[in-house]
Ligand binder design. Structure first.
Ligand code: BES
Ligand code: ZN
Length: 590
């Protein structure tokens, strides 16, 4: 046996699934997908083939010739799900598995019409990263097991299916009152990038290679907010080389989407909280776009190498940002990132194994140890490499790295080996071992600074001594300025100070969720009661964990607001995504 991914039962020596044909019927009444996954193997195989499943009901399995394939579903492990062991007759090249998903499938969120913008139609979406693809289809659910696929999805007539794949034909479905949509993904993907959504979804072209999809009510706002997508695509190609996924479309999700964005190839998913009305949060789009290279072309082999995906992508996101909006803006976003990293390090405590870049997550639920560390410590490490060899040489290296490993899934060790070959001696010079395998952030971390950053930090540092920003000047601050300032303020302020901030700058009514959330957390920590109704309302409007978690944590921390946290969760928790709900439950149980 040779399992190479601690979060998957797959053993690639038993056989490799390289292409999947899916045929699924979507039933909103029972909240189930039912149908067939035909798994095609790279070479004829015989004997055991282990697949990952979670809460799937398997009803049958046959070979390409229709011969029955005996199978056995093991007991469910809380992190891994249930291993499905097929016993392949000699010469098996494909297995058709008939199955149904569960209403509790961890990758799927089924929304009632009331949870959508339009309020008239139900909605369904998937979120497979990190290890939830196995709750949608039986598969080798490891990033090491890349596959191409074709899919047919049958849905109620009034609804549209979009998928992270190239759309093909659509027509009437086999059952009356349904429509069938077909898709094809000709480029091989790791299973966590399998994604689709079903709902009242429309679209608008934004450029020759890009289109925004969303519900009709949101289309105008979304098209305006992300109008820069084509220049981002060009900027990204400048850094990385050609875009290899044909199109870069994206879907603005219902508010319960638990992440900021998800880099599903050809169809990035984005939270509607990015629609600030001033394009101030488009860096998330740049981030997901950058994953088209770092993540989707060159993929982490396992979750323990997750920093290869996220660290490089944050670095790339900021390079794109710098190209479009200048060095000053880049320094501010790096500083905002560093603040987030310091918070994450503080919450893990010194010497925590979770603050290494290369982790050992075996036996642990990836949703539970998800943090900013692989993002921001990864970013610092990649930036350090860039600064050490110089931008020009590093740009050459990055393009080579992408080209060399395109459409493969690699370990941290493979990256190190490649780096040693291409940039000999650099790893030793920067202390790469410490960066990768030791906790916390080494002392040679690059720091990013600018005149504006220094003055904002000085202002915030002087707060306790009575220093206040000039009102007229602060009214002209950019959203990034505000984020830096709020992050640098003391975590607890007096009621008078809270009132002064809110009265002068209307922070509780801010349209930028980063600022709003930062502010509401400070106010909650300060025990400032006037913002609590806004906090409660906000917790019913958004489903993004980045905002839910700090707010519930702040409310739960204080005796005075603990009951409010519980009540708010009782009121809105049912609308949260299962992953978010689990995260909040852990906070409220703490
Ligand atoms: N791939 C991640 C989202 C993710 C990671 C989902 C792990 C599930 C498990 C995505 O690219 C991401 O990093 N999103 C960030 C935005 C970014 C600008 C840091 C987010 O959701 O906040
Ligand atoms: Zn990312």
């Amino acid at each position: 046996m040779s399992r190479r991914d601690p979060h998957s039962y797959a053993d690639l020596e038993q056989g490799r699934v390289t292409h999947v044909d899916l045929d699924l019927d979507v039933d909103f009444a029972t909240r189930r997908l039912t149908g067939t996954a035909r798994l095609n193997l790279a070479a004829p195989a015989a004997g055991p083939l282990d697949l990952d499943t979670r809460t799937l009901t398997i009803t049958g399995a046959v070979t390409q010739d229709g011969a029955a394939v005996p199978f056995e579903l093991a007991d469910t492990d809380p992190v891994m799900g249930a291993r499905l062991r097929l016993n392949l007759p000699a010469g098996t090249t494909a297995i058709a598995i008939t199955y149904a998903t569960s209403p509790e499938a961890s990758a799927l969120q089924w929304l009632e019409p009331a949870q959508t913008d339009g309020g008239r139609h139900p909605y369904l979406f998937s979120q497979c990263q990190a290890i939830h693809a196995r709750s949608v289809l039986p598969c080798q659910d490891s990033p090491l097991a890349r596959f191409t696929f074709k899919a047919q999805m049958t849905v109620p007539e009034a609804l549209t299916v979009v998928m992270a794949a190239a759309p093909g034909e659509k027509g009437p479905g086999a059952r009356a009152g349904t429509r069938a949509f077909t898709f094809e993904m000709p480029q091989s993907i790791p299973p966590y990038l399998f994604a689709f959504a079903v709902g009242d979804i429309v679209s608008r072209d934004l450029g020759p290679r890009s289109r925004v999809y969303t519900e009709p009510k949101t289309l105008d706002r979304a098209a305006w907010e992300f109008a820069d997508v084509d220049s981002m695509l060009l900027a990204a190609e400048d850094v990385f080389g050609p875009y290899l996924w044909d199109r870069f479309d994206f879907l603005v999700m219902p508010s319960s989407f638990p992440y900021g964005g998800m880099e599903n190839p050809r169809l990035t998913f984005l939270t509607p909280t990015l629609l600030a009305g001033d394009r101030s949060l488009v860096n998330v789009l740049a981030h997901e776009l950058a994953h088209s290279w770092t993540g989707n072309l060159v993929t982490n082999a396992t979750i323990d190498d997750f920093w290869l995906n996220e660290g490089f992508t944050v670095w790339a996101e900021r390079r794109i940002h710098e190209k479009l909006y200048g060095v000053e803006a880049q320094a501010l976003s790096a500083a905002i990132g560093r603040n987030g990293l310091d918070d994450a390090l503080a919450s893990f405590g010194p010497n925590s194994p979770f603050t290494c870049l290369k982790t050992s997550g075996e036996g642990k639920d990836p949703d539970e140890f998800y943090s900013l560390v692989p993002y921001e410590k990864g970013f610092l490490f990649v930036s350090l490499l860039e600064q050490t060899v110089g931008r020009e040489a590093f740009d050459v290296f990055i393009k080579k790295y992408i080209k060399h490993f395109s459409f493969t899934s690699i370990t941290t060790e493979q990256f190190e080996e490649f780096m040693e070959k291409e940039l000999p001696g650099v790893a030793a010079k920067v202390g790469a071992q410490d960066w990768i395998r030791k906790p916390d952030v080494p002392a040679n971390a690059p720091s990013f600074t600018s005149a504006q950053l220094t003055s904002l930090k000085a202002l915030a540092a002087g707060w306790s001594g009575g220093k206040r920003p000039d009102i007229a000047t602060a009214k002209k601050w950019t959203p990034e300025d505000w984020q830096i300032f709020l992050q640098a303020l003391p975590r607890q302020l007096s009621a008078d100070d809270c009132k002064w901030l809110d009265d002068n700058f209307q922070l509780s009514a801010h349209g930028n969720c980063e600022i709003l959330c930062n502010w509401l957390v400070i106010a909650a920590n300060s025990g400032y009661a006037p913002t609590l109704p806004r906090t409660r309302k906000f917790l019913g409007e958004v489903g993004r964990m980045k905002y839910l978690k700090p707010l519930y944590t702040a409310l739960h921390k204080s005796e005075a607001t603990r009951a409010l946290a519980k009540e708010t969760f009782a009121e809105h928790g049912g609308g949260y995504h299962p992953i978010a709900r689990g995260g909040i439950e852990r906070i409220l149980a703490g």
